[in-house]
Design a binder for this molecule. Structure first.
Ligand code: PGA
Length: 250
């Protein structure tokens, strides 16, 4: 199996003011003190991108945004283009998070266009997919995740420019995590779909798990085949918890 370097990514969502730089600095220092066993990424709200980008210069912690508009510029009040995000020093952007799919009606086609915009601007796209509880209960979890993967991933995706994040909607912010068996089933199906579409390169894409990842369950989740790291919401707001999860990847 291809060696995939784990990625531990924090999604701060709509949390964090300028004072949160302390948390970010603690993460940067903590990662610097540790062996280099994983990539670390923090996605703060857009207001903090510049400041954090500045603070992370010459460190190995990368900063990313939580969304981008597909267009380079234009009449789109309130939106940010991938080019604008790249200019802050950010190197990645989350696209298609389930909260954006639900709150802003984002479709797979829109998410794919955003991922293409990320590539155009030189950002890594973290493409999020995942089923709702109703879909899981109806036995459609694998079908939903693989359909979203197919529709949201650009043809030009490469393992260097795209990361997949499987986040079952019912596990996000609920304290409920999918079982290792559930995760293995979905991540295995996603790997298979990536191999079918991208050939041998499909083996090299990183597939993160997200949904109530905590210090207490991270090691068990990382032991599941085809889990190449985590996308962490709540627990990434505390440096100590983020670093404990980072350690579980080592
Ligand atoms: P959570 O969020 O870790 O708070 O469940 C994960 C996410 O939405 O990325």
């Amino acid at each position: 199996m291809a060696e995939r370097r784990p990625l531990i990514a924090g999604n701060w969502k709509m949390n964090g003011l300028i004072a949160s730089a302390d948390v970010f600095d603690a993460i940067v220092h903590g990662v610097a003190e540790r062996a280099d066993y994983a990539d670390a990424l923090i996605c703060p709200p857009a207001t903090l991108l510049f400041g954090f980008g500045e603070r992370s210069r010459e460190t190995s912690v990368v900063v990313g945004a939580q969304d981008c508009h597909p267009a380079e510029s234009g009449a789109h009040t309130g939106d940010l283009s991938a080019e604008m995000i790249a200019e802050t020093g950010a190197q990645a952007v989350i696209v298609g998070h389930s909260e954006r799919r639900a709150d802003h009606g984002e479709t797979d086609a829109m998410v794919r266009a955003k991922a293409e915009a990320a590539r155009r601007a030189g950002l890594v796209a973290i493409i999020c997919i995942g089923e709702t509880l109703e879909e899981r209960d109806a036995g459609r979890a694998v079908a939903v995740a693989t359909t979203q993967l197919a529709g949201s991933t650009p043809d030009a995706a490469t393992p260097e420019t795209v990361v997949i994040a499987y986040e079952p909607v019912w596990a996000i912010g609920t304290g409920r995590t999918a079982t290792p068996t559930d995760i293995a089933e979905i991540h295995g199906a996603l790997r298979e779909a990536l191999r079918e579409r991208f050939g041998a390169e499909g083996e090299a894409f990183r597939i993160l798990y997200g949904g109530s990842v905590k210090p207490g369950n991270a090691a068990e989740i990382f032991a599941v085949p085809n889990v190449d790291g985590a996308l962490i919401g709540g627990a990434s707001l505390k440096a100590e918890d983020f670093l404990a999860i980072y350690d579980a990847a080592g």
